[in-house]
Write a protein that binds this ligand. Structure first.
Ligand SMILES: [Zn+2]
Length: 584
């Protein structure tokens, strides 16, 4: 057992440090990732933090807990006890969907707090189908309802009176989270809000849309009525929501209304607490809807799909961690309810240790799994109590090696462009590119181009200056255009005049975009060079680089799993010191 633990220690060290990047550019040294600014260190995660999801004072010491990240017990004595035991950041959680009992007990008008579908039926939370209270199912509460907001304000006062250091929100997407999935919400509060939203839209596009639909007077406009008058009912709406008139505007309204509400909720928490606080939500970063809150967080504290049933190192978390780097927000992750159910049933402790190692190797923090929520459609909610002897020593290892983790940034000579506007069109998915780069042991980071949902992220040429290449998915709208124009490139932060049309295609989407087709293994050499962000990029030299960059892994080979490639290779390198004052 001791030998196995030592072996694991050596393996995790390899993951963290084994990939120290040799000087691949013949003298230019290392490139630090040009990621977004991180929040102030005292209200966010450190790379060596051991984060708990559920509170348990008896386990602080065995695991070396430093952050109570999610559901800290909401009483002042517990907070003080945690601080005394070395927990530096103690967050407590409020659930927007899981507090069915609380809302029903709080107000007799709880049905006025629920979300409603187009047939005027209250929407229930699908994964809480086995929960009932006072004869009622667990409703999906509407964050636009004043009654539900009153309940949340009450909960916030209650939570803040215990004096926590942070606030966590579970299911923070509120009403916006049921628009595309469950066809919500058509309650009277949402209808009033949407009416107001439309009245404030002054863009010619929206005005034209309204005129075409014959909507000239918004005073009494009710979107639900409007759809029903056209013969649309719930089932058809669910199937063809995206094709309905004003569908785009309705989603936009719900998204912005929710983000605004959550931001205000955070402000209120800080006001009650009288100081800046850690703020995190359960958002898995898996869609533009899940990212809108990112600028306002100090860290993500969330469920991430780990594809447990595949029994190998999962690719999805790699994408999540890299995207989070691009957003400048650390991730305290856990696996999904399905994953934990699988681990519970098949006793896959080694797999969980792999997830833990992956997260720390990539500079993030997988939460200590001493208690986990499990879920399957058949079994509903059940629980996994992770045995201490299986996991505690891994976290103790992390605490002992804190100096190897804190204050470092991942080396990234390559950037992958995430464009939120393109993702909202269902294009330019960078997940397969990120996973493929990890398989090839090419160190990279993600640069983020925001939009009116994801504010404050702008790719600029100077941000790209340190990268040898920027990878843009081949179906990115700009690249897919026949006649490329200068302003489109500048939108991506690149200087258009330096790009030839074909060069960009080869570089940005052609050769790189086809990662996975075997081009890297083919030994073919590119012949074009272009500038990106002012730095010369030589395709010929770059083409030979992955082979040289992956000697420990034996180079990328067909049929090898990401896990095997990543093992002794260069996944999640954390080697270049953070430059103080550089904003990284
Ligand atoms: Zn509503």
């Amino acid at each position: 057992m001791v030998f196995r633990r030592r072996l694991f220690g050596v393996a995790i060290l390899f993951l963290m440090m084994g990939g120290m990047l040799p000087d691949v550019d013949g003298g230019n040294g290392l490139w630090a990732a040009a990621t977004a600014d991180r929040p102030p260190p005292d209200i966010t995660l450190r790379r060596s933090d051991v984060v708990f999801m559920y509170d348990n004072p008896a386990k602080y010491e065995p695991y070396g807990c430093t952050v109570m990240g999610w559901a800290g017990h909401g009483d002042a004595k517990r907070v003080a006890e945690a601080h005394a035991k070395g927990v530096r950041l103690f967050a407590t959680s409020i659930g927007f969907r899981t507090e069915g009992r609380g809302v029903i007990d709080f107000t007799e008008k709880f049905l006025d707090a629920a979300c409603y579908d187009l047939d005027a039926k209250p929407i229930t939370v699908p994964w809480l189908w086995d929960h009932k209270y006072k004869g009622h199912p667990y409703y999906w509460w509407c964050t636009n309802s004043p009654e539900f907001r009153r309940y949340l304000e009450h909960r916030l006062q209650q939570a803040m009176s215990a004096g926590p250091d942070g606030l966590h929100i579970d299911d923070y997407t509120g009403t916006a989270g049921c628009v595309t999935w469950l066809g919500g919400c058509f309650c009277r509060h949402c209808m009033a809000g949407f009416r107001q939203y439309l009245a404030q839209q002054t863009t010619p596009e929206t005005q034209q849309t309204l005129a075409k639909l014959g909507i000239t007077d918004l005073t009494h406009f009710d979107y639900g009525e409007f759809l029903r008058s056209r013969g649309v009912q719930r089932d058809e709406y669910l199937k063809r929501r995206w094709a309905m008139p004003l569908a785009r505007e309705f989603l936009d309204f719900q998204m912005k209304a929710n983000t605004q509400f959550v931001v205000e909720f955070r402000r209120q928490a800080e006001k009650l607490r009288g100081r800046p606080m850690a703020f995190c939500v359960n958002s898995g970063l898996s869609s533009p809807e899940a990212l809108a809150i990112a600028p306002h967080l100090t860290y993500f504290c969330c469920e991430v799909d780990h594809q447990a049933a595949k029994g190998q190192l999962p690719g999805h978390p790699i994408y999540v961690y890299k995207l989070a780097d691009g957003l400048g927000r650390p991730v305290a992750s856990t696996a999904s309810g399905y994953d934990w159910s699988f681990v519970h049933e098949h006793k896959k402790e080694g797999l969980v240790r792999l997830w833990i190692a992956l997260s720390y190797a990539m500079g993030h923090n997988f939460m200590a799994p001493h208690r986990q929520w499990c879920y399957t459609q058949e079994k509903g909610t059940h629980w996994y109590d992770g045995p201490d002897e299986a996991y505690a020593w891994v976290y103790q290892f992390v605490r002992r090696q804190a100096r190897l983790l804190d204050g470092y940034e991942a080396v990234a000579p390559v950037a992958v462009l995430y464009d939120n506007a393109a993702r909202r069109q269902g294009r330019a998915n960078i997940e397969p590119i990120c996973i493929r780069l990890a398989e090839l042991n090419i160190p990279f980071t993600v640069v983020v181009q925001g939009d009116d949902w994801l504010e404050g992220y702008q790719v600029r040429p100077e941000k790209l200056a340190g990268f040898r290449a920027v990878i843009v998915p081949k179906d990115h709208p700009v690249l897919a255009e026949k006649n490329l124009r200068a302003e489109n490139f500048s939108r991506l932060g690149c200087r258009s005049e330096r790009f030839g049309r074909w060069g960009w295609r080869r570089l940005g989407c052609g050769r790189f975009g086809r990662l996975g087709t075997g081009w890297w293994r083919s030994g073919r050499r590119g012949f074009d060079w272009r500038r990106c962000g002012g730095r010369r990029f030589d395709c010929r030299r770059f083409a030979g680089w992955p082979e040289r960059a992956a000697p420990l892994a034996g180079g990328p080979a067909k049929g090898r799993s990401p896990g095997r490639l990543a093992g002794p290779g260069r996944l999640g390198k954390i080697v270049a010191p953070t430059h103080p004052g550089s904003g990284q």
